[in-house]
Design a protein around this ligand. Structure first.
Ligand code: UDP
Length: 327
């Protein structure tokens, strides 16, 4: 049994990782400041012997009693509207937060895995994106707070690896979806499904020709688990290369939900990447991993989850009063 610290434990990915490590028989210590996370995502774990939860902000000094074998740093706002609302928190959790985790990992002799992102490639000029591509990021644009925090996070993690000999792992996560996404986080999948459920038109930004490649959360968690246990310290893309335009994706959601609403077009947000698809050759080679769940199957499961939410969740436009949180 390993002792594992997961930051962002009450979030979408963090909570699924908690489930996986619990299922593998490990002791999980979840940490979250609950700004974008939700305790309901882990309420089935609270009270279990092998699970502890600390309501803590990882951007401040953190301490955990006892041994730690693994630290997974997953705390971060993760949607473009969150970065706009809490840009400084986003920068802090990617920089100060990762530094605190790395310091803790060093003190405990733990292996550290960080959640990086396809956003390190920015609006990519290389397609599909392989790990050797350095990216095309606007540091002063609205997404820069996330992209640059994650790029700093990778640099800091590599520095701890080379300078302190820390065991580190870097996963670059491409658009992931599944149950427990926040319905109102502004990302395209919950946005479209929420609109369909509320009987609103689906808002496609730009002309809808921009592409994304969506990975079901269970596949992602499997890739992360394998990476953690591997010897690979270089960044590894984990995502599903099945690429689709946002206009076609809207049509898929219309077909899935049976809504009789239509697509309406809104301006494309600043610096919105035009294309995104992971090159997963490295993940195939070093992890023996590739995604198993196709979009039709994954979307059906995710739609069932969103349908089960309360009317209150469906109508809520703000998850939290972000403005009350100190910068
Ligand atoms: N998007 C859209 N309508 C929405 C929300 C998002 O057309 O209501 C587009 C967005 O402009 C982007 C894509 O969908 O091109 C994916 O956006 P998301 O915020 O999910 O993630 P990103 O990959 O941009 O970080």
């Amino acid at each position: 049994m390993k002792r594992v610290l997961i930051t962002g434990a009450a979030g979408f990915l963090g909570s699924h990782l908690c489930d996986r490590f619990m299922a593998e028989g490990h002791h999980v210590i979840g940490m979250d400041n609950l700004i974008t996370g939700d305790l309901r995502n882990i309420e089935h774990l609270t009270g279990l012997d092998r699970f502890d939860f600390h309501h803590r902000d990882v951007s401040q000094f953190i301490h955990v009693k006892g041994d730690l074998d693994y630290i997974l740093h997953f705390a971060s706002p993760a949607s473009p509207i969150d970065y706009l609302k809490i840009p400084i928190q986003t920068l802090k959790v990617g920089s100060l937060g990762v530094h605190n985790c790395l310091g803790l990992a060093r003190a405990k002799g733990a292996r550290m895995l960080i959640a990086s992102t396809s956003e390190v490639y920015g609006d990519p000029e290389v397609h599909p994106q392989h790990e050797e591509y350095w990216g095309h990021v606007n540091p002063v644009g609205p997404r820069g707070v996330y992209d640059e925090a994650k790029r700093f996070q990778e640099a800091m993690t590599m520095a701890y690896h080379t300078f302190h000999g820390l065991e580190t792992r870097i996963v670059r996560i491409f658009n992931t979806y599944g149950p427990r996404m926040r319905l109102n986080d502004g990302r395209v999948l919950p946005a479209f499904i929420g609109q369909a459920l509320r009987g609103e038109d689906l808002t496609v930004f730009g002309d809808g020709s921009q592409t994304r490649s969506f990975c079901y959360v269970e596949d992602l968690v499997e890739g992360i688990y394998r990476l953690l246990l591997s010897d690979e310290h270089r960044p590894v893309n984990v995502g599903n290369p099945d690429e689709i335009s946002i206009a076609d994706f809207a049509e898929e959601i219309i077909a899935l939900t049976g809504t009789n609403q239509k697509v309406i077009y809104k301006p494309l947000p600043t610096d919105d990447p035009k294309q995104r698809r992971p090159d997963i050759a490295r993940a195939r080679e070093v992890l023996g991993w590739e995604p198993k769940v196709g979009r039709a199957e994954g979307l059906a499961i995710t739609y069932e989850y969103f349908k089960g939410l309360s009317e209150e969740d469906l109508r809520k436009t703000e998850h939290k009063d972000f403005t009350s949180y100190s910068k």
